[in-house]
Each structure stands twice: as C-alpha cells, then as structure tokens.
Ligand binder design. Structure first.
Ligand SMILES: O=C(O)CCC(=O)C(=O)O
Length: 289
C-alpha cells in the first residue's frame, strides 16, 4: 500500500512542503522524548558545548544563557549514532517510506540532529535553504522535521515560503563569509508568503532541501523539540564535505544501489563546513556583518 496519496505527493512537489500526521507511534514518541529528557538533564552539569561528534566537534550544543536551572540545550548532533531509539526512527519510521515514495525508491541517509527550543531560551533559526549547505549532483533531497512535542504558533514553529524550492538558490555568503542565511532583501520580498507549520506531536514536516525556511524563538512555556533527518536519492553524490558527518552517513535506508549518478543543472558558491559546534555559530556571524 502506498504511504502517501497522489494528492499528498502533488502537494509536496507544488509547495516543497507537506505535513503528515502520525509518522511515528505513541510508543516511539514516548521513547524519543525519554532519551531527549535524559540529554537535557545531563546538560545541566555542563557550562559549555560538550561530547564528541565524528568530526571532532562537540555533539551537544548549548545556547548562550544556559544554566543548570534553565537548561538551553539547542542541538544534539547525530543522535542516531548514540541512541538506538533515534537510530531505529532514522531507519524504520514511516517518514523513510514517505521519502522513498517521493525521491526513491532507493534513498540514503545524509545527516540527523535534534533541534530543541526549551522554554525561556532565545534559540531562533534565520531563514535559509538547506541545499546550499549540502550540494549534491541532483537536488532530490528531503529534510524531515519530526515533531517530538506539539508545535504551536507560540513555541517557535518552522516557518516556510511555499514554492521557493523551485528556485532560485540564494547566496548564503555575505561580505566574504558563509553566514548560512539569506540576505534581508530576500526575506523582504517573501515576507507576506511565510506560513507556519504547526501540528501535534508525532507529525512530520517533509521539506524539499531547497525550500526557504527559518523559525522564531519559543515564546511559550512548553518545549519545541524536533528530530530532523535528511535523505537523498541514491543516485546523487555529495559535492562538498558533509557538514554533519556520522558513521551512518550514506547508509542506504531503502532500495538497492544502482551504480549510477544523476546530475541536475544549477550553480552556486560552495558552502563552508562549520568550524564551531553547529550552523548556529555561522548564523550568528550574520549579525556582525
Ligand atoms: O529548528 C528549526 O526550527 C529549523 C531547523 C533548521 O532549519 C535547520 O536546522 O537547518
């Protein structure tokens, strides 16, 4: 049986974004929450980013203002490397079937992360497209944002500009620095087209990697936690170093290897791999320019 209806597939290719409810079971959701709550508790003992990701950068990223009393753990890099619960979701959740139907049948894993906005924290994501961070020979690539908490208008929902996956790819370089965000003029042009993606826990927002998106701080007293996984068509090859490499990067999660490469036509300036813990530090440099 197909995982997505014809209407859902058409909507994804028209808008570049599709929200699907019940992408994981209640039991899976409870397990994801439990592991994340343990990470938040562990973070209380740390004053700075900590842990080791594959490339030597810290795994756990703390927002400024983090304290034991008000923890501000904003990112866990490659959680599927250190948690069986997250690895199982990355490989087996319905989300993977949705992506296989949209860009497969054969797809590979690119990277994963938890993005969290705990109550009382300032975490926000400036508007950007993902593809300029992770250019491939073709752009059949989907970012899946799985809602571990209910996402409301108040707790910093994902904001997207439907249709922008069809182009152009905007520059994320400004005054000689890769800031990981688009210019203010780009957002002025799109301001009236932004929509907020809300939904109950367990929903997934499937987003084309070229879609313009960002999100505002959490203004509520409830958490907003997302498990984000990115998949790409098996016949694409990376054109720059992976910005969040893990031992599972490139794993074939659906289908069979074809031994082929497919190329689409586009041009862009190559990205810079973050030197600090994550892209939040790159985006912070935009304010200084
Ligand atoms: O956490 C969010 O609201 C958006 C995440 C995102 O765009 C990213 O991590 O690239």
């Amino acid at each position: 049986m197909a995982a997505l209806t014809r209407e859902q597939k058409d909507q994804f290719w028209r808008d570049g974004v599709l929200l699907v409810e019940d992408a994981v079971t209640q039991e899976q959701l409870a397990d994801l929450r439990k592991v994340f709550d343990e990470w938040v508790d562990e973070s209380r003992a740390h004053g700075d980013d900590y842990g080791d990701a594959l490339d030597g950068r810290p795994r756990f990223d703390l927002e400024s203002g983090h304290t034991a009393e008000v923890p501000a753990l904003r990112r866990v890099q490659s959680p599927e490397e250190v948690s069986e619960v997250y690895a199982d979701i990355m490989r087996n959740a319905r989300t993977v079937d949705f992506c296989a139907e949209l860009i497969g049948p054969a797809i590979r894993f690119h990277h994963g992360k938890v993005n969290s906005k705990l109550p009382g924290t300032a975490t926000k994501v400036k508007f950007h497209q993902d593809f300029p961070f992770e250019p491939m020979t073709n752009d059949d690539m989907i970012t899946c944002l799985l809602f571990i908490d209910d996402v409301t208008l108040e707790n910093g929902p994902l904001e997207v500009v439907p249709g922008t996956h069809k182009g152009p790819l905007y520059s994320h370089w400004h005054n000689g620095a890769f800031t990981g965000t688009v210019a203010d003029e780009v957002m002025e042009k799109h301001a009236d087209k932004i929509i907020k993606c809300t939904g109950k826990a367990g929903s997934v927002c499937l987003m084309h990697a070229s879609l313009l998106h960002g999100s505002a701080p959490n203004l509520s007293d409830s958490s907003r936690t997302l498990y984000i996984t990115t998949y790409y068509a098996e016949d694409a090859i990376e054109l720059s170093p992976n910005h969040l490499p893990s031992t599972l990067t490139h794993d074939l999660v659906r289908g069979e290897p074809s031994g082929r490469v497919r190329c689409s036509s586009y041009e862009m300036q190559l990205p810079e791999v973050p030197k600090d813990t994550s892209f939040f530090a790159q985006q912070a440099t935009a304010d200084a320019r």
